[in-house]
Design a protein around this ligand. Structure first.
Ligand code: FES
Ligand code: FES
Length: 159
């Protein structure tokens, strides 16, 4: 039995008629057409599904949508636009940080949450912050370079 609920995603309110036990990831992809968040494992083990929930990077594969009324959710589509990429997105392009790209939306989200907390991290701190995100292509060295590059750009923007 479903009851209507309102979900705030990327700054917009969406009225939904889905079961409250539906995983957030399914709602994002299937109801809202936001395909950037990926299904990898469904078991909180890969990070491909990560989104920001009130600024914290969370797994969307396991989060029931009925628990999210009143929260602000940001997906990778909400980070930047094609015309104005987020510095993280630009840095990932500049460093050619992806191969297949499957992991990248979750990694961008995890990196965004981390840099908001720690704008001037060491490489080891970035690696620790991305500990929950798997990249099966083994792009970790370039991903770490990209996050550090973005951090430098973001620091200049606020200086
Ligand atoms: S799909 Fe959510 S952690 Fe893997
Ligand atoms: S770029 Fe392929 S899984 Fe990370």
């Amino acid at each position: 039995m479903s009851k209507p609920l309102t979900l705030t995603v990327n700054g917009r309110d969406h009225d939904l008629d889905v079961s409250g036990t539906t995983p957030l990831l399914d709602v994002l992809r299937n109801s809202l057409g936001l395909k950037g968040s990926r299904y990898g494992c469904g078991l909180e083990q890969c990070g491909a599904c990560m989104v920001l929930i009130d600024g914290a990077a969370e797994y969307s594969c396991s989060r029931e949508v009925g628990t999210l009324a009143g929260y602000s959710i940001t997906t990778v589509e909400g980070l930047g636009t094609m015309e104005a990429l987020h510095p993280l997105q630009q840095a990932f392009l500049d460093e050619q940080a992806g191969q297949c790209g499957y992991c990248l939306s979750g990694i961008l989200i995890a990196a965004k949450a981390f840099l908001d907390r720690n704008p001037d991290p060491t490489r080891a701190e970035v690696a620790a912050a991305l500990d929950r995100n798997l990249c099966r292509c083994g792009s970790h060295p370039r991903i770490l370079r990209a996050v550090l590059r973005a951090a430098a750009v973001m620091r200049r923007q606020v200086a």
